[in-house]
Design a protein around this ligand. Structure first.
Ligand code: F3S
Length: 390
């Protein structure tokens, strides 16, 4: 791998231990994937922010990085953490968890990372442009920016994205190179307009292709549909980029003649639905995977307006602090049913301490709740889930 003199000096420790560790990791990744060199990035988005997912080992790693003087060189944001920073007592969180979680956020903050803690930073806190090279972790977000914006990132892990943020560079391979962004299969989608059907579509495609780069015909996703498709494809498979005809900035750049076509219609959506639904009654309904946008919060508020909460099923609405603080009137309606939680989600919070059966409208959460949170899952459309609480 070719390193510039400046990059080699960082590797030799001339810029401090934190930068040296970061360079060691980026170079190691570059060697594995046969990168010829590094590429400058304009932003990073980091996962590994919840104490539940990184534990004491992760906390110690961050303490070491901060002690080594690590600071990020490019605008960087953070994925959801294990609790709402001000309302964690409503989430059945212990004092010990809260203390360690707050320390993790403090450590990231002291490296210069914006502690906005959302998986949808592309809606405000961190918005890449077409052609930007970035280093993003969080499978749904990185797929969204590759596919709906045309920025370029690989599927980074938390430590890799942090290292890239510290250097302002990442190894130049995979989806950073135009030739690797070519579609590998055509998806002929025949689905309805609902958000849930778009989530099921992503689930069905992830199940059908595993990884690769699908090229969609027959859908025109906006932000909300795009984020739920991206999330489901990345969770059911390992899709890090997709093209949508008429939407993806690069969709015309490749010759797709001769690619295999897979039809996804009612039958495939039904199969995807049946795979995820394992329970008929739940203790918690959690919406906002990926984080709810202002539009989604408004739509939920309109569905709940004038209704009264019934039963003892809890309901959580997960979003970012930035969105929560903008939607005060709609948030007031939602709060009559359950907390609007900021900067956290049902998967990275330790919900298994309080619940064993959870409902979601997100196929991504439907995949992860059983494995990461020991939950039996109900996965349905928002309108149907809300009927459980009114
Ligand atoms: Fe975001 Fe949590 Fe879902 S990080 S994509 S809400 S699992």
């Amino acid at each position: 791998m070719d390193l510039t003199r400046e990059e080699q000096a960082i590797l030799d420790g001339e810029s401090g231990e934190g930068a040296q560790k970061a360079m060691e990791l980026v170079v190691a990744l570059g060697k594995i994937y046969r990168a010829e060199g590094l590429v400058d990035i304009t932003s990073a988005h980091l996962s590994g922010a919840s104490y539940k997912t990184i534990g004491d080992g992760g906390l110690l790693y961050l303490e070491d990085m901060v002690k080594g003087g690590a600071k990020v060189k490019v605008p960087s944001t953070l994925n959801p953490i294990g609790m709402d920073r001000t309302r964690w007592s409503e989430m059945h969180i212990t004092d010990d968890f809260a203390k360690k979680q707050l320390r993790i956020v403090e450590l990231y903050g002291s490296m210069g990372i914006k502690t906005t803690c959302s998986c949808t930073p592309y809606t405000g806190a961190n918005v890449p442009k077409l052609g930007d090279h970035v280093a993003w972790a969080e499978s749904s977000a990185l797929s969204f920016v590759n596919s709906m914006i045309g920025a370029r990132t690989n599927r980074e892990g938390g430590p890799g994205a942090l290292a890239a943020a510290i250097l302002g560079k990442t190894a130049n391979y995979g989806l950073h190179l135009k030739e690797n962004r070519k579609p590998t299969v055509i998806i002929d989608a025949d689905i309805g307009d609902s958000l849930f059907e778009h989530s099921l579509l992503g689930q069905a495609v992830g199940m059908a292709i595993g990884n690769g780069i699908p090229y969609y015909k027959g859908v025109r996703p906006g932000i909300e549909e795009g984020k739920t498709m991206a999330a489901a494809m990345a969770a059911a498979g390992a899709v890090a980029m997709f093209h949508v005809e008429g939407v993806t900035p690069e969709y015309k750049d490749f010759d797709i003649s001769g690619l295999e076509t897979i039809h996804i219609g009612k039958k495939e959506l039904k199969d995807a639905f049946e795979k995820l639904n394992t329970v008929d009654d739940v203790q918690l309904i959690s919406l906002g995977c990926p984080h709810l946008t202002e539009k989604e919060i408004h739509e939920i508020a309109m569905m709940l307006k004038g209704k009264k909460k019934r039963g003892d099923t809890e309901i959580w609405f997960c979003t970012s602090e930035a969105v929560r603080s903008k939607c005060t009137e709609d948030v007031r309606i939602l709060e009559e049913f359950g907390p609007v939680l900021a900067d956290t989600c049902m998967v990275v919070a330790p919900i298994e301490g309080a619940f064993s059966r959870t409902a979601t409208n997100s196929c991504k959460a439907g995949n992860y709740l059983p494995t990461l949170c020991s939950q039996k899952v109900m996965c349905k459309d928002i309108a149907e889930l809300l009927k459980v609480v009114y």
